[in-house]
Design a protein around this ligand. Structure first.
Ligand SMILES: Cc1ncc(COP(=O)(O)O)c(C=O)c1O
Ligand SMILES: N[C@@H](CCCC[NH3+])C(=O)O
Length: 473
């Protein structure tokens, strides 16, 4: 395909998945099945549809930017997780990836458990009628109020993260006259191959008790010394967006070795209630077509084999394996629709230009590009184009030059204001990490299913912002 006339457009060298110009307009129009929701496709008119509802219709009915979740996709990923890991233990959906009352209901009806990190995530789950005994509470700085709310609700277990918290929870449980089931979060010193800020099991960070220096063992001793805490498992989470099993394998080996030490010190009888090995979340997804994460079932079976082998080697009974996937359930189920507002060719030097495509959202609804250099796949959603491919940078509307949604991508040369763009795999950690920067209202969130759509969260309005104002009477 020829370059468009005029100055040469900036070529992409850094991103391997973009190194090759799409072979044809059809290739550029393709909706990559491993990135977009399972029920997304281009219809006969060339318009993107999700679960039978067109991007045009959605934008017209609900406005843009818009988060669109394929409900059947979300549910099927819950079901896949449950089928893969359920036989070995328990699946907690990590609600931080994306939570709403509807989402909690989907998770519940698919039979999964739920992991929450704050009192307010807990409140949303309880509001949805999620059974408290299937909820686990995480967090490195849970307040007394949050711990007490969890005890009042009767959550399944609480994952302990500091010595102060052990004392705090023991006291609160005593005051309520209950015994709280707890896991101790162990930091096993595994460097997951992922971005530093989403890697959580190397030792120099805020989560958990280090295996090194006997810190985790001391925490376990402290729990055994309490009157109102019952240790039912050990937890480790090595990071997020992980494609290889070796990090999980090493973490499982190390945590099981710690368990063997605990059994040796406290005896088989006193430790028989420690039945859960929670390996956390972190299962990776495809953000761009070349990403190839392992299938969930294969991962589950390999992990179970490893845990079984290690347990046998250490003379321990096979524990229940718990996992806490967030991204792998919510991520691929969601897309973001944006409306193109302006397009600008910016001269980089004498010979090249970069095409900036500005959309009506940005870092307020997707901070991941700015925060982690995350990559995304974007497609023209409102029509098909036969124009040639041009390297573009999709940017938001915020007062920040770093407000980039997609650093480099191929889009049709004839892209114009008013066109709709769809960014794939934005279902996790986009809405949940959104902000109101520049008074940007949080977008609406829509669920689509079998040809129908419904709002599950309405768009914020300036009236919402004004309702927070005080002292202006
Ligand atoms: C303790 C814990 N569990 C589960 C998750 C969910 O991770 P992911 O969405 O990568 O599966 C996280 C986030 O990284 C976490 O910190
Ligand atoms: N928020 C991160 C992952 C960390 C999640 C929780 N520990 C992301 O968007 O990738």
């Amino acid at each position: 395909m020829a370059h468009p006339a005029g100055p040469r457009h900036a070529e992409i060298l850094a991103a391997p998945h973009l190194a090759e110009r799409p072979s044809s307009p059809e290739a550029m129009a393709e909706i990559p099945a491993n990135v977009f929701p399972r029920n997304a496709s281009r219809n006969a008119d060339g318009v993107l549809e999700v679960a039978g509802v067109t991007a045009d219709r959605l934008a017209q009915d609900y406005g843009t930017p818009l988060f669109v979740y394929d409900e059947a996709d979300f549910r099927s990923r819950c079901a896949d997780m449950q089928a893969a890991f359920g036989p070995y233990g328990r699946v907690h959906y990590a609600s931080k990836a994306f939570l709403s009352v509807q989402v909690a209901k989907w998770v519940q009806s698919e039979g999964l458990s739920l992991d929450v990190c704050t009192g307010d995530e807990l409140a949303i789950a309880l509001h949805a009628g999620f059974p408290a005994e299937r909820i686990a509470l995480h967090g490195n700085n849970k307040s007394e109020a949050e711990l007490d709310a969890a005890l009042a609700a009767g959550v399944g277990h609480i994952i302990l993260d500091s010595m102060i918290e052990i004392e705090r929870l023991d006291r609160l449980a005593g005051e309520r006259g209950v015994v709280a089931e707890v896991l101790v979060r162990v930091t096993p010193g595994v460097e997951a191959h992922t971005h530093e800020f989403i890697s959580t099991a190397h030792e120099d960070q805020k989560f958990g008790f280090a295996l090194a220096g006997g810190v985790a063992m001391n925490a376990i001793r402290a729990v055994f010394a309490t009157a109102n805490l019952r240790l039912v498992g050990l937890h480790s989470h090595i990071g997020s967006q992980i494609f290889e099993i070796d990090g999980f394998e090493l973490a499982a080996q190390r945590v099981l070795s710690l368990l063997a030490e605990v059994v040796e010190e406290f005896g088989v009888d006193k430790t028989s209630q420690i039945r859960m090995l929670d390996l956390g979340g972190g299962l990776g997804i495809a953000y761009v077509p070349s990403d190839d994460p392992p299938p969930v079932k294969a991962l589950a079976d390999s992990l179970a084999t490893i845990v079984e082998r290690e347990s046998a080697r250490l003379g321990l009974p096979m524990p229940l394996i718990a996992v806490e996937p967030g991204r792998a359930i919510a991520g691929p189920a969601g897309i973001t629709l944006y409306r193109v507002g302006t397009i600008k060719d910016v001269a980089l030097d004498g010979k090249t230009v970069r095409r900036y495509v500005s959309v009506d959202g940005g870092m307020s609804d997707n901070i991941r590009t700015v925060l982690y250099d995350a990559e995304y796949d974007v497609r023209l959603a409102s029509r098909e184009s036969s124009a040639s491919a041009v390297v573009c940078r999709v940017v938001g509307k915020h007062c920040e030059s770093g407000d980039i949604v997609i650093r480099d991508c191929w889009l049709p040369e004839d892209l114009a204001p008013g066109d709709l763009l769809a960014v794939g795999a934005t279902g996790a950690y986009c809405y949940s990490m959104s902000s109101r920067y520049n008074m940007a209202p949080r977008p609406a969130v829509v669920a689509v299913n079998e040809g129908t759509s419904r709002r599950i969260l309405r768009r914020e309005t300036v009236e919402d912002f004004l309702s927070l104002e005080v002292g202006n009477e």
